[in-house]
Design a protein around this ligand. Structure first.
Ligand code: ATP
Ligand code: MG
Ligand code: MG
Ligand code: MG
Length: 481
């Protein structure tokens, strides 16, 4: 007899004589009631054990975390909260779990404790829910682009390109560590460390993605990205997943439209397909909120917040307008805040971004037309900007509670302008000859963006630390798995 998933048993339209369920024991009450979960849903199925006819030895082995196989009848449940339960006729212990030692006993664990047990935390209700939502969102990403005829491209993980020029790369070496090539000063020569060539783990698939967009029209990447972030923020990981569409003949406005439509689609998809998990996560958050002072509680519950994003257009604001708003605002008495935004041309700090989104506009914001010299070399220079106040056709999408979720731009399609910019910044033209070829042969306006998948999962699940929405977080000091 094949076993049936708990989700399907709970969604059954009829009682059934003979069923088999397999899963892990969440709790075992009164020597009689097993709450059984198999990961297919946040909900457990109650299994009622005939304790009078079950050997004492077996009852003792029904402990939290143990895997069991139960056979019995699916009957209507008299208890509140669930339609069906299983009246157990036969029970097999598949794998014991030492109750004394099993770290995931059902109680409130701190998120820090759970992070240290990333391989076991997925057995808790919250992490089961988060990981299912993450999986559904991944599917939604592909579904969106595939329906629109985008081609999925796998850009290289090991690459010589540093798209962002931010110097946050993990070096890759093919050589034994004690035999790395040295330069004349005796320092490691990273230029020759991968079979004689310099390489690193990718920080973005954009540059390679552009070469494919200039042949296939619309492409997207969705893969792991690496940044040697030596910071310990709740928004940065050293290994994260990025979604990067790139579209030929799109300009900055098209790019904003695409990003907004895409984000709304995937959020709607999660709302439609993760109802139970999102309801659970919302309940969890509401509990958490209760322990906060009134002033710090969020104005909207999770589902309301997600629906709000679907129902409202993102506010589009130029960098220059944003600076004016910030300059005129006095969000608190901190001098720092005032100082940083006093000058046109300064990069916005996350506190500024959050102020704009959470206090001023109170909705997702797309900031565009940034000063050229705080953005990457490949962004399209705006025509007709004041000398000394050159801007590029860049955009960042800022989300409440998250800050930057998307960074994107229209790309500089003019060969001469791009080369001039690279020369000014000291970027090696020979190394990027393949990138320049896109401008040499049939160049055209094109645009794209990068969306950090974990920041999206953070928003949708209502979690606040990025380490809690990726199966195995990689941050400074945590990579033991
Ligand atoms: P931030 O300002 O938050 O450091 P960034 O501007 O350096 O981000 P981009 O190079 O624009 O990031 O990358 C595109 C997107 O990738 C970002 O908008 C963000 O969603 C995501 N992202 C960037 N760095 C990280 C990271 N270390 N961990 C998780 N997501 C990230
Ligand atoms: Mg960064
Ligand atoms: Mg940024
Ligand atoms: Mg960015």
């Amino acid at each position: 007899m094949k076993h049936t998933k708990v989700k399907d048993l709970l969604n059954s339209t009829t009682t059934l004589q003979e069923v088999n369920a397999k899963g892990w024991v969440r709790t075992f009450r009164n020597n009689q009631f097993i709450a059984l979960n198999d990961g297919s849903t946040i909900n457990n199925i109650q299994c009622v054990v005939d304790f009078e006819n079950t050997p004492e030895e077996t009852l003792k082995r029904i402990t939290t975390g143990a895997s069991v196989s139960v056979f019995g009848t699916l009957v209507e449940s008299k208890g509140a909260g669930q339609k069906y339960e299983i009246q157990v006729t036969k029970l097999e212990i598949l794998g014991d779990s030492d109750a004394e030692k099993f770290p995931m006993q059902p109680k409130k664990h701190s998120l820090e404790f759970l992070r240290e047990n990333a391989h076991l935390r997925v057995r808790t209700n919250a992490f089961g829910a988060i990981m299912r939502v993450r999986s559904v969102l991944s599917y939604a990403v592909h579904s969106y682009f595939q329906q629109k005829g985008f081609v999925y491209v796998n850009t290289p993980i090991i690459t010589g390109a540093d798209a962002e020029g931010a110097g946050e790369m993990f070096q890759v070496t093919s050589l034994p560590l004690d035999n790395l090539p040295k330069n004349e000063e005796g320092n490691i020569d990273f230029k020759k460390d991968f079979f004689g060539k310099h390489t690193n783990l990718t920080v973005s698939g954009q540059l390679e993605g552009e070469t494919f967009a200039m042949a296939l029209g619309q492409i997207y990447t969705f893969g792991p990205t690496f940044r040697a972030e030596n910071s310990n923020t709740s928004r940065h990981l050293a290994e994260f997943w990025m979604i990067e569409p790139e579209v030929a003949f799109n300009d900055l406005d098209d790019n904003m439209d695409l990003a907004e439509d895409f984000i709304q689609y995937v959020i709607k998809y999660a709302l439609d397909n993760c109802k139970d998990d999102l309801a659970f996560l919302e309940g969890r958050l509401l509990e958490e909120e209760k322990s906060k002072p009134q002033a710090e509680r969020s104005e909207m519950a999770l589902l309301e917040k997600l629906n709000f994003v679907l129902e409202n257009n993102f506010k589009r604001v130029s960098y220059t307008e944003a600076i004016d708003i910030l300059r005129d605002s006095t969000p608190n008495k901190k001098k720092k805040f005032q100082y940083l935004i006093n000058e046109w041309g300064a990069d916005l700090q996350s506190e500024h971004e959050r102020f704009l989104v959470e206090k001023h506009f109170k909705c997702p914001v797309i900031l565009y037309d940034y000063p050229a010299n705080i953005k990457a070399f490949y962004m399209r220079l705006n025509d007709n900007t004041e000398p000394g106040r050159e801007t590029v056709r860049a955009m960042d999408i800022l989300f409440p509670g998250i800050g930057e979720i998307v960074g994107g731009s229209e790309r500089e399609e003019r060969y001469d302008v791009l080369v001039e910019k690279m020369e000014k910044l000291g970027i090696d033209k020979e190394e990027l000859y393949w990138y320049l070829d896109t401008r040499r042969f049939g160049s055209a306006t094109h645009a794209g963006f990068g969306l950090g998948f974990e920041r999206l999962v953070l928003f949708v699940t209502g979690m606040t630390n990025i380490r809690d929405v990726i199966p195995f977080p990689r941050t400074p000091g945590s990579a033991e798995f």
